[in-house]
Design a protein around this ligand. Structure first.
Ligand code: GLN
Length: 209
């Protein structure tokens, strides 16, 4: 499995480790590539769009010609996990002209909504498809304040959605890569119909996640 981590800016190496752990638990070898230029995304089976600064990430994605490749990846029904700033970039509307969103998810987000209250916190989160709560780390996290009909809310915090799924895209307000727990990466890449490894019979178990 070839996993691409968007690496124009933001936290990259933790995501690479989390993908490798999730893949290894399925007996799959993940080759992880860091994406800073156009031309790499089309070869990737799964993609990750990490946290960082959404204004910078979205600008660089468009400048480098990577933005349209990510849109094509999702249009081909291939898995994408977008976290924190990645969620903001993937959204339909970030209500901020400085962010050129990709419209991969029919959600609108409020940047830094959690950040005004506390820069960072960790909370045990019930997530659809996971048996035990997930230790979710929020860092200046966005709140999802509106979701379209095709979007499934996988987890909420304080009444607001913080993990959502639409087709092959899963996005979180929090940072699943910052704990040793790789279940969100597992869910995004192996736990749905769009699983990276269709040959793996186990994937049926979580197909409706
Ligand atoms: N607040 C940042 C933004 O708006 C996102 C924070 C993060 O990714 N940890 O881009």
């Amino acid at each position: 499995m070839k996993a691409g981590v968007i690496a124009v800016q933001g936290d990259v190496s933790e995501h690479a480790d989390a993908v490798r752990r999730a893949a290894a638990s399925h007996g799959v070898d993940a080759e992880v590539v860091e994406i800073r230029d156009a031309g790499v995304v089309p070869d990737c089976d799964v993609l990750l769009m990490p946290g960082g600064e959404s204004t910078t990430i979205s600008r660089l994605l468009h400048d480098e010609g990577i933005a349209e490749e990510i849109v094509a990846h999702v249009a081909a029904d291939k898995p994408l996990l977008a976290t924190c700033a990645g969620l903001i970039v993937a959204a339909r509307d970030a209500k901020d002209d400085r962010v050129a969103t990709l419209g991969l998810l029919d959600v609108s987000v409020d940047r830094n909504a959690f950040g005004r209250q506390a820069d960072s916190f960790e909370a045990p989160l019930d997530v659809t498809g996971l048996d035990e709560p997930f230790p979710a780390v929020f860092i200046r996290a966005p709140v999802i304040d509106a979701v379209g009909d095709d979007v499934a809310v996988l987890a909420s915090w304080d009444g607001d959605p913080v993990a959502v799924q639409q087709g092959s895209v899963i996005a979180t307000s929090f940072h699943p890569e910052l704990t040793p727990d790789s279940r969100i990466h597992d869910l995004a890449f192996f736990g749905q119909d769009h699983a990276a490894s269709p040959a793996d019979a186990d994937t049926d178990a979580g197909a409706d996640a």
